[in-house]
Design a protein around this ligand. Structure first.
Ligand code: SF4
Length: 482
């Protein structure tokens, strides 16, 4: 048994490792037995961070200080080398080459760093989310573009996206405590990298005037997602100003503050820095007005949830604030039924509603993290029933080209050879077809060969569109007017 205080490996701490739990495609729909136990209740306890050389002498008061976490976040390969107590090696060179090609800059809190198995970092599901490796990089899909959801084209004023009639996305900041490799808003979030020059949005009171005025002058808007970046990075006064300002608008009935903080910096909520108090003030005033104020968080793997996250979630629960989780299905991170079942149960166990699991968006540079649609459909079948129906997440595809979110199963047509699936989204556009594309490397050889011939691409897409319309017509669906 290694000495937990000195080993750089966290493997002894984790009941779930991806190489043990992953089903193969041959596994079909057979239910694995792992994950049916009570492992979701086994949260990391104590000073688990001390197994890393850099944190061996860090006491609880220091580790639980969110300012220390932000100051000590790793922003370079040199920082990572210090944390794990090694000088340059092949892994660190691989990371440096990955950073040089990434669309997101490196920023990882000590909390997250302490959850990585540094003896096997290549296959670690936490590492895969935040630290790039050049060796993992796959060629982008030919269809891939930055801002694939076309948020900027649905943006009537800066810092606001209006796609659905009754709800808007309010972009409050462009910074986060930790940057995810796969960020959908990699076009604007974080600092510019060698490969991406960011469209910058700064948190500043005057700069929110335009989105506030837009919402005030659009009475159909009832629901506001206050996002970013991460609303954790707003000062308490800023969070209060946005929340109270929205509550003052009579037709706004619901607002959700989006933060990945419960995953990457959970100690902030117990720190007394004022953020939770500001949120509570907004939620209590909302309740008095008959309006809902909730938190949407983003936890992708059960290992991100420790006793610190449970404590943070409990504080929100005690203040009557609903927390929902929406995470992305990520290859090599959470694309197994065992991991998802444990995640869903662990979230529920700490009073977080497992709300959405997203099919990965098209984000340049992270094709290795995308999964094909058939994986999403299979996993949904395998995990449904893991907990009560009201606690089950919906598996969704956020459609390329601004079609919005659709149930992953609701495609009109899906060709497993070309990996093209087709959806309709009548609320957005009753006549349009929206397309989704599986990663090329997951296709059978025949499909890969077709995509390799660039002249074939338009006809493949047209074929899929015709098949989708024909399938819709043969069903005679009254709802589909296209
Ligand atoms: S926390 Fe959200 S906004 Fe920030 S980098 Fe991650 S996915 Fe992007």
């Amino acid at each position: 048994m290694p000495d937990p205080a000195r080993s750089t490996s966290a493997s002894h701490l984790f009941p779930l490792k991806p190489d043990l739990e992953r089903e193969t495609p041959q596994a079909g729909l057979r239910s694995p037995t792992l994950g049916d136990d009570l492992s979701h209740r086994q949260l990391l306890e104590g000073e688990f961070w001390r197994h890393l050389p850099a944190y061996a002498d860090v006491d609880s008061a220091t580790f639980l200080d969110p300012s220390w976490q932000l100051q000590q976040s790793a922003r370079s390969v040199g920082d990572l080398a210090t944390v794990v107590g090694r000088s340059s090696d092949r892994f660190l060179s691989n990371v440096q080459a990955g950073i040089d090609r990434a669309s997101m800059s490196l920023r990882v809190t000590p909390y997250i760093l302490s959850l990585i198995d540094w003896e096997n970092p290549e296959s670690d599901p936490i590492r895969r989310q935040f630290i790039p490796l050049a060796s993992e990089k796959l060629a982008d899909h030919p269809i891939s573009v930055l801002d694939a959801l076309e948020e900027r084209s649905c943006s009537p004023v800066d810092r606001l996206t209006h796609r659905y009639p009754d709800r808007v996305l309010f972009v409050s900041t462009d910074v986060c405590p930790t940057y995810c490799r796969y960020c959908t808003r990699s076009y604007s979030v974080g600092t510019s990298t060698i490969s991406v020059s960011k469209h910058k949005i700064r948190a500043h009171g005057q700069r929110w005037a335009q989105p506030m005025e837009y919402i005030r002058s659009n009475p159909a808007v009832e629901d506001v997602v206050v996002s970013g970046g991460d609303t954790y990075m707003l000062k308490p006064s800023e969070l209060r100003a946005i929340g109270m300002g929205l509550l003052d608008i009579p037709h706004v009935r619901r607002m959700r503050f989006a933060t990945k903080g419960l995953s990457v910096l959970p100690m902030k909520l117990a720190s007394g820095d004022g953020w939770l108090d500001a949120l509570t003030e907004v939620a209590e005033r909302g309740r008095a007005l008959g309006k809902e104020v909730s938190v949407h968080t983003h936890i992708a793997h059960p290992s991100e949830i420790t006793w610190i996250s449970a404590q943070a979630s409990r504080l929100l629960w005690d203040r009557g604030i609903t927390v929902r989780n929406q995470c992305v299905l990520l290859r090599g991170v959470n694309d197994s039924a065992v991991t998802l079942r444990t995640l869903i149960r662990r979230l529920s166990y700490i009073n977080i509603h497992p709300y959405y699991i997203f099919q990965h968006d098209f984000v340049p540079g992270v094709e290795d993290l995308r999964t094909p649609l058939h994986t999403t459909v299979r996993l949904e079948k395998l995990v449904r029933g893991a907990t009560a129906g009201y606690n089950m997440p919906t598996f969704v595809v956020d459609l390329l080209g601004g079609g919005g979110k659709r149930d992953a199963h609701s495609f009109e047509y899906y060709d497993r050879t070309t990996g093209i699936s087709v959806y309709v989204s009548p609320i957005i556009d009753p006549d349009a077809l929206y397309y989704n594309f599986d990663p090329i490397d997951t296709l059978p050889p025949e499909g890969r060969e077709r995509w390799a011939i660039r002249d074939e691409i338009p006809s493949m897409i047209q074929e899929a569109g015709r098949a989708a319309r024909s399938a819709g017509e043969s069903r005679g669906s009254r709802e589909t007017t296209w």
